[in-house]
Design a protein around this ligand. Structure first.
Ligand code: BTN
Length: 284
């Protein structure tokens, strides 16, 4: 199916859709108590799972309490990517588009960079479970397989009326989509050159279980040793080399030093050590 298929086309192709009862059943098999901590909603077609969650939370249409609210959709009409006006291609019934929302104490807002690397680590481990190789993490949270994008993460912060903060972590993971040369992206199915579709329910439950374990404990500590072991934090190769950073349309030449335990990029610019938390572009 290509990006321009309509929902009707997809239905005619009898795509296997996500069913809440099946997902809860699978989740209970992995972790008996997990369904007490989550509230899961599955949408057929929605603007964006991140934006709908933001809307429902700020308009008190959903009660978060101490739960993790999860929105997932078969299709997004305006899937949001990172960066201005960036769209996330969301063909119907083929991939996973999912957002997790949970309350955090204000001090956790400083740890968003660690969270995004932690989520990347979860996705990378999931891809490794599917025996994918040639995986790359483009700091901090773009995941590539064979130099084509397979997954992206978008974290939004919402301040509720009662001054409490909620983090919304949106994950797009391409599962069964056909590779698109123009967009330079791939999916698990395409990268593995499979003829049959993967069972999205299993990929999704795996992902939910791992992400909920992280957000319910607010533990975003990154296992750098493991990341280095996988040799996927490809910026390791760049240590002490010159890199080019583009931040707010300005270009900087820097020496790459390290990635800190908080997920910042530590660089030397004009003789000064700086910690950078996000860049528009990083050229090695
Ligand atoms: C990126 O540009 O790399 C981030 C992409 C994030 C896409 C996901 S899909 C689920 C959630 N809803 C959205 O609108 N965006 C995120």
């Amino acid at each position: 199916m290509n990006y321009f298929d309509t929902i009707k086309d997809a239905n005619q192709k009898q795509t296997d859709l996500l069913i809440k009862d099946d997902i809860i059943k699978e989740l209970n098999l992995i972790n008996k108590s997990i369904s007490k901590f989550i509230e899961l909603k599955i949408f057929n077609s929605i603007e964006s799972t991140n934006e709908s969650l933001r809307h429902d939370l700020t308009n008190s249409l959903v009660q978060i309490d101490d739960k993790v609210i999860i929105y997932t959709a078969e299709h997004q009409t305006q899937g949001k990517g990172r960066g201005k006006n960036k769209k996330w291609e969301s063909p119907y019934g083929e991939n996973l588009y999912i957002s997790f929302a949970w309350k955090v104490p204000p001090v956790m807002l400083k740890k968003i960079s660690s969270l995004s690397i932690k989520l990347s680590q979860i996705i990378i481990e999931l891809l490794l479970d599917y025996k994918l190789s040639n995986i790359n993490l483009k700091w901090p949270n773009d995941i590539y397989v064979n130099n084509k994008k397979i997954s992206g993460i978008l974290i939004d912060i919402v301040k509720l009326n009662n001054d409490e903060y909620v983090l919304i972590s949106g994950i797009g993971l391409n599962v069964n989509m056909t590779e698109n040369e123009i967009l330079q992206n791939t999916s698990i199915k395409s990268a593995l050159r499979l003829n049959n579709n993967l069972n999205r329910t299993l990929v999704l439950t795996n992902l939910i279980e791992k992400v909920v374990a992280v957000c319910s404990k607010n533990n975003y500590s990154i296992d750098f040793i493991k990341l280095k072991e996988y040799n996927i934090l490809n910026y390791n190769k760049a240590i002490d080399k010159s890199i080019k950073l583009i931040i707010n349309n300005k270009e900087y030449i820097a020496k790459y030093l390290n990635i800190t335990s908080h997920g910042a990029l530590e660089v030397l610019i004009d003789g000064e050590i700086k910690k950078i938390y996000s860049v528009d572009k990083l050229i090695l």
